[in-house]
Design a protein around this ligand. Structure first.
Ligand code: HEC
Length: 149
């Protein structure tokens, strides 16, 4: 392996954090990367409300739009048959598809509402708490039912 190729691989590992045996281009690698971006984006929004990051209305809206777009992405990367390893998805994802999809739609609805709330002017962090909470609740509702740990 040339040095250049090696650094490309290393870089892919760093940006996707999808190493440790998971091919970043596989459905599993792709959905894990999307979930991680969702976490990071959501944390930045929460951080702006809690004062960890200075509140900036337009930047908050941008983040909300990014999260809304991301929230539509993971589902297509759950293949027909569950992977054998490295996944923390429970068998129920495949056995209770209707319920899984219902919770996916609930997240999409919550992020959609967050985008709308984030555009209300004048921008005020104090208006956005309930909408962010609803998104966080949608994440944990699904993890409780469909993620192992
Ligand atoms: C409809 C269900 C569902 C919703 C909603 C959902 N997740 Fe997940 N999430 C999962 C499942 C299933 C996994 C396990 C994926 C795997 O390992 O195959 C997961 C895994 C993750 C992971 C771990 C990724 C890794 O590297 O292993 C993170 C981080 C995460 N989700 C963040 C979020 C955040 C943040 C939200 C809300 C903004 C969210 N999820 C909403 C189902 C969901």
């Amino acid at each position: 392996m040339t040095l250049k190729r090696l650094s490309v691989v290393l870089l892919a590992c760093l940006t996707l954090s999808a190493c440790g045996g998971v091919d970043p281009n596989s459905p599993l690698g792709q959905r894990k990367a999307i979930f991680k971006q969702m976490l990071k984006t959501g944390e930045d929004l929460g951080g702006m409300l809690r004062g960890r990051i200075p509140f900036d209305g337009p930047r908050f809206t941008e983040g909300a739009i990014r999260l809304d777009n991301l929230s539509r992405e993971p589902w297509k990367h759950f293949p027909q048959v569950k992977e054998q390893e490295h996944t923390s998805a429970t068998d129920d994802v495949w056995q209770k598809q209707a319920r899984f999809q219902e919770l996916a739609r609930a997240l999409e609805a919550a992020t959609g509402e967050l985008v709308i709330a984030s555009k209300v002017q004048p921008y005020k962090a104090s208006n956005l708490g309930p909408a962010v909470q609803k998104v966080e609740d949608a994440c944990s509702a699904c993890h409780k039912e469909f993620r192992d740990h």
